[in-house]
Design a binder for this molecule. Sequence first.
Ligand code: GLU
Length: 278
Amino acid sequence: MSVITRFAPSPTGYLHLGSAFSALTAWRRAREAGGKFLLRLEDIDTARCRPEFAAAILEDLAWLGIDWDGEVRVQSQHLTEYRAALDALTVRGLLYPCFCTRADIVQSASAPHTPDGAPLYPGTCRNLSVDEREARIAAGERYALRLDMARAIAAPLAFEEEGEGTILCRPELFGDVVLARKDAPGSYHLCVTHDDALQGVTLVTRGEDLKSATNLHRLLQALMGWPCPTYAHHELLVNAVGRRLAKRDRAETLRELRAQGYSAADVRAMIATFRRSG
Ligand code: GLU
């Protein structure tokens, strides 16, 4: 089977060295295997994503010498598809509306947390009566949709991590995750898994910070009957004190480096020699 990989940035800022490394990793895997490299803009979070960043990311990738196959998939143009997936889960009684605010959920530091560091949802809205749900929705209260984790898990699940082998999944550690936010028509978990399946991705290459999320993605694949790709979570580029490069730390952007006179070859060489996690 020929390799299909992808790079799926969220356009919340300019491409920095860390994300360029991620793009190069996926692109090389595809090109070395004579496979396909897809590009997807994960822009459903309209509060954080901006069209000018999306355009800049495409331009910066091309400048770096990365080409992609086919059209760029832009998630905000496919909201009805995510809605259909949510509806399919709702019909099976696997989702419920959650009216809690962030403040309702944040608990004391000793309260349990999920593997990605979020407070574990205590299940407050899981047992609301149908009448109460309907009344609150009718009154215009905003709600998220959560997965009823206990009902969703049917059998043990695992995924293949390149270089490591089979990894058993523990989706239950995440509790009742949000699959549609109050302010966005789908969550990252739902949309990324939907699109990897739809686009026939066979190899998901992405940063190791997203490895724990694969526990949930595998569960969604099982629930929706979507195929399970192989995963290759790569190390992250880190700064001098070992902290990962991130937009919020103003990690050096390709734009800045370009303005300072660096060539694409210089930037690639810089990425190749950068400190990495692990
Ligand atoms: N859109 C995600 C991000 O920018 C990455 C999604 C993925 O590669 O699975 O962090």
